[in-house]
Design a binder for this molecule. Structure first.
Ligand code: ADP
Ligand code: ADP
Ligand code: MG
Length: 460
């Protein structure tokens, strides 16, 4: 058993990991930047070490400082959370070389899925459909034009290192292609330090459906069902639910096929630990592989609610070398769960980030309500990191019950001093198409009254 774990992250996910460790009787070490001294994860951990200045490049992304902290605190393992260094194979390697267990996939698995272009090739080898597109990197305008001509417009230009919905542009003709090619590259260079892009067919009216995977170090791989994450704004998820209404109602035979495809990809990559295989599904029931998220995901709690399996504890047990004690047949799904990401953003001002001090804070409770958050009254949200301040999760006996609980809980949430996305999520929960479970990734753009295509191209 690990005795001590260092949490190389901040915010709600650091709190979530500390909670799992405490329940497993593992001591915890928080690391924090100067901007996070009053952060909840620092309060909750058994020890806390400051690792640098506010910008993440000077703190949460500094491998040398994280390793020094881990050595000073004498920990057995590091949990990287999501974002930051969680998918960095070099960091995983450095940890292992320093005799510190990395709570995540092996560096071998990470390398096999290093970026989106490599992952596409691997999925293809595993016999899983991928959107038509380039075989690898697009090196110049001419290659972009030839590829778009071959697969036909609309196309998507995507950063191989992309994440969080950044570094991608849709294009509907040669002009927007060339423009999008350069903007995607610039954005990717800035956000990920890697300007590599590839092109794939833009799937119209898609649904984002992903499968949660657990794989131990002995070769056992299971999936824990799907999450429908089609409610997105600018390719970033806002509301997620499981089971997927699309797979429940329209394409009932897809769940099994996609689950199998997800496992085939994980097998091909010699995957270990928790991961997510993301797909898009079109209106005709075709599914296409998108990417593998090689880490715990933001929306993992909804899977926990319907399966009763604690994913973070599973990650820790797997990293300790424990075999999975659950077989595919043991995984059962009960009820329905929904998550709303509460961001410190102003939904009435184009979702402008709204860092600042929270004056009053009252979080909802009652039966079927879970809040994963690091927020509290008097907490000042720093401007340096992402704007997620809370995840509100409801669980009900069926979809309607989970939605009713979500509407009720959103109505109870009181956060003053800053603007949040809560009113926007209330509107989503009241939308007749959402209530019916009929929506695609175009939903938000339609709700906001603009064509998604125009918005994306305008940005390009
Ligand atoms: P999820 O797939 O779990 O919903 P998101 O795409 O919302 O994850 O990303 C979660 C967090 O991780 C966000 O803060 C996002 O900016 C960050 N992130 C995701 N992918 C990357 C990446 N490739 N590089 C840097 N940060 C990333
Ligand atoms: P990220 O690393 O930012 O999560 P993904 O490749 O997972 O990037 O894509 C994020 C979202 O962008 C998807 O959920 C989907 O809504 C949209 N998207 C990505 N690729 C395509 C595509 N080829 N066609 C249509 N939509 C896409
Ligand atoms: Mg993704």
């Amino acid at each position: 058993m690990f005795e001590k774990v260092l949490v190389a992250n901040r915010g709600e996910i650091a709190v979530r990991i500390i909670r799992a460790c405490k329940e497993l009787n593992i001591r915890t070490v928080a690391v924090y930047s100067e901007a996070d001294i009053n952060s909840m994860h620092v309060q909750l951990a058994d020890e806390a070490i400051c690792i640098g200045k506010a910008p993440s490049s000077e703190s949460y992304l500094r491998i040398d400082r994280l390793i020094s902290a881990a050595e000073i605190a004498d920990v057995d393992a590091i949990h990287p959370g999501y974002g930051f260094l969680s998918e960095n194979a070099h960091f995983a390697d450095v940890c292992e070389n320093c005799n510190i267990r990395f709570i995540g996939p092996s560096s071998r698995a990470m390398n096999a899925l290093e970026n989106k272009a490599i992952s596409r090739t691997l999925a293809k080898k595993a016999g899983v459909p991928i959107p038509p597109g380039s075989d690898g990197l697009i090196e110049n305008e001419q290659e972009a034009l030839t590829t778009a001509k071959r697969i036909g417009y609309p196309v998507m230009i995507k950063a191989i290192a992309g994440g969080g919905g950044r570094g991608m542009r849709a294009a509907h003709n040669d002009i927007s292609l060339i423009k999008g090619y350069h903007t995607a590259r610039t954005e990717a260079e800035k956000a990920f330090g890697n300007s590599g892009v590839y092109i794939e067919k833009f799937i119209e009216n898609p649904h984002h459906i992903e499968f949660q995977i657990l794989a131990d170090t002995r070769g056992n791989i299971i999936h824990l069902g799907e999450r429908d994450c089609s409610i997105q704004r600018r390719n970033q998820k806002i509301v997620e639910e499981t089971p997927s209404p699309l797979l429940d109602n329209k394409f009932r035979d897809l769940r099994k096929k996609m689950g199998k495809a997800a496992i085939n990809i994980a097998k091909m990559a010699h995957y270990t630990n928790a991961g997510t295989v993301e797909f898009i599904v079109d209106d005709h029931g075709n599914f296409y592989f998108l990417e593998v998220n090689k880490r715990i995901q933001v929306e993992h709690p909804i899977t926990e609610e319907v399966t009763g399996i604690d994913l973070v504890k599973q990650q820790i047990l797997i990293a300790m070398g424990e075999p999975l004690r659950i077989s595919q047949g043991d995984v059962t799904f009960k009820g329905h769960a929904i998550e709303c990401r509460v961001n410190a953003e102003d939904p009435f001002d184009d979702f402008r980030p709204c860092p600042g001090r929270i004056d009053m804070y009252y979080s909802p409770g009652g039966r079927g309500v879970r809040v994963d958050s690091h927020a509290y009254a008097g907490y000042t949200i720093p401007s340096h990191y992402d704007s997620l301040i809370s995840k509100l999760i409801t669980y009900g006996k069926d979809r309607r019950d989970a939605m009713d609980k979500m509407s009720r809980a959103l109505g109870e949430y009181m956060i003053t001093g800053i603007k949040t996305t809560v009113p926007f999520e209330q509107a989503i929960l009241q939308d007749p198409n959402f209530r019916r479970g009929v929506y695609s990734t175009n939903f938000i753009e339609q709700l906001l009254g603009g064509a998604r295509r125009e918005l994306i191209e305008e940005k390009a």
